[in-house]
Design a protein around this ligand. Structure first.
Ligand SMILES: [Fe+2]
Ligand SMILES: [Fe+2]
Length: 270
């Protein structure tokens, strides 16, 4: 059975600092790695941890180095795409030794697993908060979908392709989505879209496919759907997702970061 984990929006800042003067993102990532390493045996083999962007807060070398240090103990290989807080060339340089990191162009990659393939897409518009997919990336998607010919595909990227009612975030979602929609809408196989950026678990659809937004590892974007809401964060628990292929469909499970009481047998249940 093919299974991957998704973590997102780790927002690593230089050692000793707090993101937004509030959030200890490094400790949160360390806890996430510890949680994954602890539960991996009960999930069975996991092929990949997909990181869907905003690895760092400012996209500088020091932050990427700290991100890598914190991810080092992870028992599962990982691959990443950039978010709006990342910097393309700094991220490329930080992972120059990784075979999945493209040497030039957008940071797109593909990975064929036993039961589904993964496409990682670069939706970063340098120095902007919103996202977009370049012609190069759309062509990457089309070429791979042609080649995959109906095999299940999970496509990961940072910016959600729909509005969710949080006005300050809806202003910075994935823009100019028409070409992407055309590239994936006619595919004669299962596609699961997964993204980040909103730091919340949200399920929607795009171009006829389910799109799962993954919660962040350290903090949430506040779910405030009033018209003039401030862009703010709330210290909701960190979490991540398990995406698996089971029989003939994708399943996506939400998992909280942390160590919880149990498991307790359901004693007394007949
Ligand atoms: Fe983020
Ligand atoms: Fe983001």
């Amino acid at each position: 059975m093919t299974k991957i984990l998704q973590i997102t929006d780790t927002h690593i800042v230089p050692k000793g600092q707090l993101a937004y003067q509030q959030v200890d993102t490094s400790t949160a990532l360390a806890k996430t790695v510890a949680t994954i390493n602890r539960i991996v045996d009960q999930l069975g083999p996991i092929d990949l941890v997909l990181v869907t962007g905003d690895l760092t807060e400012h996209g500088n070398a020091e932050e990427y180095e700290l991100f890598r240090q914190l991810m080092d103990p992870l028992k599962i290989p990982y691959q990443a795409v950039p978010g709006n807080h990342d910097k393309r060339n700094a991220m490329r340089a930080a992972f120059a030794d990784a075979d999945w990191m493209p040497r030039a162009g957008d940071l797109n990659w593909h990975l064929d697993l036993e039961q589904f393939s993964v496409l990682g897409l670069d939706s970063l518009v340098e120095d902007k908060a919103h996202g977009a997919l370049t012609d190069e990336t759309i062509s990457f998607v089309s070429t791979h979908l042609d080649h995959l010919n109906g095999q299940p595909v999970l496509i990961g990227f940072h910016h959600p392709p729909f509005e969710v009612g949080i006005a300050p975030m809806d202003a910075q979602n994935l823009r100019e989505t028409e070409a992407f929609s055309q590239a994936i809408s006619g595919y004669h196989g299962e596609i699961r879209l997964v993204c980040g950026h909103l730091h919340r678990s949200i399920v929607g659809s795009f171009a006829g496919h389910i799109c799962q937004v993954c919660p962040g590892t350290s903090h949430a974007v506040t779910l405030d759907q009033r018209e003039n809401s401030e862009n703010s964060l709330t210290m909701e628990p960190g979490a991540f997702m398990l995406h698996e292929w089971r029989e003939d469909r994708f399943l996506s499970h939400w998992l909280p970061v942390g160590d919880f009481e149990g498991p307790y047998p359901f004693l007394g249940v007949s």
